[in-house]
Design a protein around this ligand. Structure first.
Ligand SMILES: NC(=O)c1ccc[n+]([C@@H]2O[C@H](COP(=O)([O-])OP(=O)(O)OC[C@H]3O[C@@H](n4cnc5c(N)ncnc54)[C@H](OP(=O)(O)O)[C@@H]3O)[C@@H](O)[C@H]2O)c1
Length: 341
């Protein structure tokens, strides 16, 4: 068994990570942390039969584990990682702190200095379908953001294949409310969210734009800009992105490119032409589902992309990265059939 610890086990992504790792054939949970619930059992916080105590971060023993997952707010994550990091420890960080290889770029989007720039050389961007080999060799994985995961899986093969005619793409995305985390906030209050759809941080102001543009520009070998319309929608979990690209080839050919790129990927499904991606296919599982659609009379092609923000957009992808880091079957712990009616 590989001993692992989870920092921030009482958040939504931490909870999902606990749940997935309990079913993992090779991982054993050595510690789980919470400041708010320190001293309580996990089963006292969540109606879930794990009678393991939650400990404060300073009481955890990272020296006794081979891997840690950090499910903490950004900045808190890198400060903790800087304190506990040692050669031989593998870190999977679910926050944004290790998603940029360049500290200045991180500062630009997150409006704060990077607190552990010396560790960036140890890190890799953790989107396995694109960067598996780099992840295998790194020590710290910057697990991608949820919106970027859905958009990048739709766009990456087109960017790397030189198929984006414009240097601008449009990503319109709806997220369930768990994307905002478990902490109570007026903007995610039931009455504010229910029977409403709320666009926020429009254009190029959302922090995830930096992550998407950095990856797409790297793959395309030129600057790609993302016009991004994130929206909060009244469901608990899932992201549905509708992505518009201008291209010289047909929707059918674009579908062929995506199908070829993901042919051997266990967690990406490209639907038949014209069939839209839907949340029901991805909720509670680690899949990304892509649909490709013709927009007749235009040179635009529409791609729909669905993920569960807490699984492929967070905890499931983190376990996929853990599997890669330890040379395990990439699907270990992630194959239980699940979905929604
Ligand atoms: N939600 C998503 O869909 C999603 C997707 C991808 C990535 N992420 C990223 O993953 C990370 C966790 O997100 P989440 O949605 O799971 O958050 P969350 O539900 O708000 O949970 C945050 C966790 O961090 C702990 N925490 C908060 N502030 C802390 C502090 N100052 N010191 C120590 N612990 C602290 C909380 O523990 P206590 O018990 O002490 O309160 C809790 O366990 C974030 O960086 C987020 O951006 C989230």
């Amino acid at each position: 068994m590989i001993k692992v610890g989870i920092y921030g086990a009482t958040g939504y992504s931490g909870y999902e990570l606990v749940r997935i790792l309990l079913g993992h054939p090779e991982a054993g949970l050595a510690f789980i942390t919470s400041e708010t619930y320190r001293g309580k059992l996990f089963s006292e916080v969540f109606p879930f039969g794990l009678d393991q105590p939650l400990v404060a971060m300073d009481e955890a023993q990272p020296e006794a584990v081979e891997a840690v997952f950090t499910c903490l707010p950004h900045t808190t994550a890198m400060e903790r990682i800087a304190r506990i990091y040692r050669p031989g420890l593998k870190v999977i960080d679910l926050s944004a702190d290790f998603r940029f290889s360049d500290a200045a770029e991180y500062s630009r989007w997150y409006n704060t200095e990077h607190r552990a720039p010396e560790l960036l050389a140890e890190s890799a961007y953790g989107l396995p379908e694109l960067f598996r080999e780099k992840i295998r060799r790194c020590n710290i994985v910057g697990n991608p953001g949820c919106y970027p995961t859905s958009a990048l899986l739709a766009l990456a093969p087109l960017a790397s294949g030189g198929l984006l005619k414009d240097s601008e793409v449009i990503v319109d995305a709806k997220s369930g409310v768990s994307g905002a985390g478990r902490k109570a906030d007026l903007t995610s209050h039931f009455v504010e969210v229910n029977e409403e759809i709320t666009p926020y941080k429009l254009g190029r102001t959302h922090r995830h734009v930096g992550e998407m543009e950095s990856v797409l520009s790297g793959l395309a070998g030129r600057s790609i800009r993302v016009a991004f319309t994130p929206q909060l929608a009244p469901f608990s979990r899932g992201i549905l992105s509708t992505v518009y690209v201008r291209t010289d080839i047909s929707a059918g050919e674009i579908r062929g490119v995506l199908a070829a790129a993901y042919e051997n990927e266990p967690f990406v499904t490209v639907l038949e032409s014209g069939e839209p991606a839907r949340l029901a296919r991805v909720q509670y599982n680690n899949r990304c589902v892509l649909g490709v659609h013709e927009i007749a009379g235009t040179s635009l092609v529409l791609i729909t992309s669905a993920i569960d923000n807490l699984i492929k957009g967070a905890a499931g992808q983190a376990v996929q990265n853990f599997n890669i880091l330890f040379g395990l079957d990439e699907t270990a712990g992630l194959t239980a059939p699940s979905g929604r009616i």
